[in-house]
Design a binder for this molecule. Structure first.
Ligand code: ADP
Ligand code: ASP
Ligand code: MG
Length: 463
């Protein structure tokens, strides 16, 4: 089998959807399993509109619902020539959109918008999109069948970023999809969405359809997992911001995981996890340029590269630091910091501590920095009163810039070259971290400096 995930742009308009049908047709002999995202822009619109609903801006809500209706119905009108099939699809799409409008009404009436309702609302993007993809494939003579991932993928109830119950889901996926594929059908599975054991809708994190793709691909023992997107592959830096970014023909799972964790949006960081377990190669491909080889992500890429391979950055972060002479040599400070943050559900993305132990600093998402600082001031209130700790300081917005590459392991001079380039760009480095895996060097700069820093480091390594 070959699992193919199509992203938002790839299912985002009439020409792309025609290309999707052509691609699936081309690979029919490989027994494709399709996973797809919402049409591009739809998830954001669904979520933004729920906030409008909360504010009781009913005109905005009606307008957004009309936009969503038009967007999907115009696809049905353009791509499903058969009257009966088109009417059936339109009927189902209308029903979903009416249901969505009801949910928005509920949010307005109750003036309550919980993570659980956000997931229920967001799920419509993938439902509407995948139902129409299945119908378009059928209209192109392919025996496709829409599959709602909520019937197979089970998660916990951490709405917005739910964790997958793999033993249950793997069995359910292979039980549901195996027979379809053996009958010659092409399943079209909704990305991003899942459900709890009680059948409540969840989502597995923004951009999570890539992850669904690899979860499904691994569960059915696919030969490869292909992620179809809008660029030729994984590049040496984000092509939107860096001039001269180039496509990499191969990278390792670890490199892909590391760079996506540090902001390379091209693939969701968790995508590599199920693939690694079963050693299934992942290929990034471009629906706008399908004959391009793309990037192969595997355990052991053939071409061993120069030291650094990619430079990434991630914005909208904050740095929190705890300082105090009294902290030196006192056991348990770090333990208390990270336990308190974990209790407050604040995710720590990077940690740096100088050996003087006089300062511990770490990076959190900007949206969580006030909660984080408050939690720490409470945790250390006695220590602050006793002047063991001076203060909890917050600086925002900052960015992490990360230089990633397996070739950096054991290579000398990578850090020197990196910080030399940063200094020449006249950018101040706020904090630095390098894991002992040596796979990446990451450092913190003010957000306004991030773009030029990435460009400078990219240029320095001739990536
Ligand atoms: P999809 O909707 O197909 O999931 P995304 O927008 O999530 O697509 O991801 C693809 C985008 O990721 C590209 O258009 C590109 O702008 C961006 N991107 C960021 N960093 C990189 C990188 N290092 N290599 C390739 N693309 C990148
Ligand atoms: N539609 C979802 C999102 O925008 C999932 C995805 O596109 O991967 O986050
Ligand atoms: Mg994506």
């Amino acid at each position: 089998m070959l699992t193919m995930k199509f992203g938002g742009t790839s299912v985002g308009d009439v020409p792309r959807l025609q290309e999707v049908a052509a691609i699936v047709k081309q690979f029919l002999d490989k027994q494709p399993v399709v996973v797809a995202s919402a049409m591009s822009g739809v998830t954001n619109l669904l979520l933004d509109t729920s906030r409008r609903a909360l504010e009781r801006k009913s005109a905005d809500v009606s307008h957004a619902v009309a936009v969503l209706r038009d967007k999907h119905l115009s696809i049905a009108n353009a791509l499903i020539p058969d009257d009966g099939r088109r009417a059936a699809l339109i009927g189902e799409q209308q029903e979903s959109i009416d249901e969505l409008a009801n949910l928005y009404r509920g949010v307005s009436l109750l003036r309550e918008l919980t993570p659980r309702s956000l997931d229920a609302i967001a799920s419509f993007g993938e439902i509407l999109s995948c139902r129409q993809v299945a119908a378009i494939l059928q209209a192109n003579g392919i025996d496709a069948q829409f599959v709602d991932a909520r019937t197979m993928i089970r998660t916990d109830d951490n709405f917005g970023e739910a964790s997958i119950d793999f033993p249950y889901s793997n069995a359910a996926i292979s039980r549901a999809l195996g027979p379809l594929v053996r009958k010659g059908l092409v399943p079209v599975v909704t990305g991003f969405i899942a459900s709890t054991a009680d059948g409540i809708t969840t989502t597995i994190g923004r951009s999570g359809s890539d992850y669904t793709g690899s979860v499904v691909g691994a569960a059915v023992d696919s030969e490869e997992i292909w992620i179809w997107t809008d660029v030729d592959g994984v590049m040496t830096a984000d092509p939107r911001f860096v001039t001269g970014a180039k496509v990499l023909s191969e990278i390792s799972y670890r490199e892909a995981a590391e760079m996506s964790y540090f902001g390379a949006k091209v693939i969701h960081p968790k995508t590599m996890v199920p693939a690694i377990e079963k050693n299934i190669p992942i290929r990034i491909k471009n629906t706008f340029n399908p004959t391009h080889e793309g990037t192969l992500i595997s355990a052991k890429p053939k071409s061993v590269a120069r030291a650094a391979r990619t430079v990434t950055s991630i914005d909208n972060l904050a740095i929190i630091s705890i300082e105090g002479n009294g902290m030196i040599g006192v056991p348990g400070v770090s333990g208390r910091i990270f336990s308190a943050l974990a209790r407050a559900q604040v995710n720590v993305m990077m940690i740096s501590q100088a050996s003087s132990e006089h300062n511990v600093c770490f990076i959190v998402p900007q949206k969580d920095c006030q909660t984080g600082a408050k939690t720490l001031r409470e945790e250390f209130s006695v220590d602050i009163a006793k002047k063991i700790i001076d203060d909890v300081l917050v600086k925002e917005p900052v960015s992490i810039v990360a230089v990633v590459g397996e070739g950096m392991i054991g290579a000398k001079g990578v850090a020197g070259k990196t910080f030399d380039a940063v200094a020449k760009a006249d950018v101040n480095v706020i904090a630095i971290a390098q894991g002992s895996s040596e796979l990446n060097i990451s450092f913190v700069v003010e957000q306004q400096d991030a773009r030029q820093t990435v460009q400078a480091v990219h240029d320095a390594f001739h990536l």
